[in-house]
Design a protein around this ligand. Structure first.
Ligand SMILES: *[C@@H]1O[C@H](CO)[C@@H](O)[C@H](O)[C@H]1NC(C)=O
Ligand SMILES: *[C@@H]1O[C@H](CO)[C@@H](O)[C@H](O)[C@H]1NC(C)=O
Length: 281
């Protein structure tokens, strides 16, 4: 049992290493936007660690059939509870959503090793977990902001952008896209917000883009539970071509996700079994 678990684990580690190597022809869903980890660390081998592993497995499995989900893994003590969610970009087909979340979870394992909380935003999906609850809580903290080069006071371009902004602000829904005269925009809320909270968050993100990226050719505003982005290049409405470019990586990433899930379940079961054996003595 243990020999088996160990060899599956080392295989998973190997595959995760492969998946972290930069892949030149894959700009789209898997590319990094921002990430962060809590300062607090958990001790390895604690129930919190196994709860976190089962949470991450649940996120990856759920992403094969739903573009948003949240999980709360209860422990025997309040300190062992772990909360988590993921949100895929609204236009991602299911296999791509699962690939993105699996990719994100494997990166978080490296980026936030030992941290009790972590969050990672990739182009195609957002994943977050923590030992304090944040589910259903609106969060408008600016986590990442980027403005493209200034095009100066080009009233034409700015009025097209304003038209895109008003369209996005009034569209409704967790995922919104809009375009006008070559300017493309997109907004996405995390699925735990109500529609009025989503509206509020999106308005805040758009308002900040308007002021902070006033004359920029493109802008990205990522808040705690939503984001708004625009670009004169139209790069945010190419999900179809993105996914065909990604076919090669997709299969590998799905295999990695499945193997990682299997490995985590085996480890989890062996911990439970060990727990029972110790209790039995
Ligand atoms: C979260 O984890 C840290 C580190 O283990 C711990 O100090 C803190 O009390 C935990 N918070 C909750 C709400 O359990
Ligand atoms: C979390 O998931 C449960 C079960 O899918 C759902 O009923 C609940 O509304 C979700 N909570 C939030 C805050 O999204």
């Amino acid at each position: 049992m243990f020999g088996g678990a160990r060899s599956v684990l080392s295989l998973t580690t190997f595959l995760l290493t492969i998946s972290l190597l930069p892949s030149p022809s894959r700009p789209a869903t898997g590319s990094f936007i921002y990430g962060g980890c809590s300062q607090l660390k958990y001790n390895p081998g604690t129930p919190y660690e196994s709860n976190l592993n089962s949470l991450l497995t649940s996120l990856v499995n759920s992403a094969t059939f739903s573009s948003y989900n949240n999980f709360t893994i209860l422990g025997s003590t309040p300190q062992d509870v772990v909360y988590g969610l993921y949100q895929c970009r609204g236009d991602l087909p299911m296999p791509d959503c699962a690939t993105c979340v699996a990719h994100s979870v494997s990166q978080l394992g490296v980026l936030c090793f030992d941290s009790s909380g972590g969050a990672l935003q990739l182009q195609g999906c957002f994943v977050k977990y923590d030992n304090t609850t944040f589910l259903g809580v609106e969060d408008k903290t600016v986590l990442m902001k980027k403005c493209g080069p200034s095009i100066g006071y080009n009233t034409d371009a700015m009025s097209r952008r304003d038209a895109v902004f008003s369209g996005l602000a009034s569209a409704g829904g967790a995922y919104r896209v809009g375009g006008s005269g070559g300017v493309q925009g997109v907004t996405q809320c995390v699925g735990d917000l109500s529609s009025s909270e989503c509206q509020d968050c999106v308005s805040e993100a758009i308002g900040r883009l308007r002021t902070d990226c006033a004359t920029a050719v493109s802008g990205d505003m990522f808040l705690g539970k939503c984001y708004a982005r625009y670009s004169a290049g139209g790069q945010y409405s190419k999900a179809k071509s993105d996914s065909s470019e990604e076919d090669a990586g997709k299969t590998l990433a799905i295999i990695i996700g499945i193997l990682a899930g299997v490995a985590l379940i085996i480890i989890f079961l062996s911990i439970i079994r060990k727990g029972f054996q110790e209790k039995g003595k």
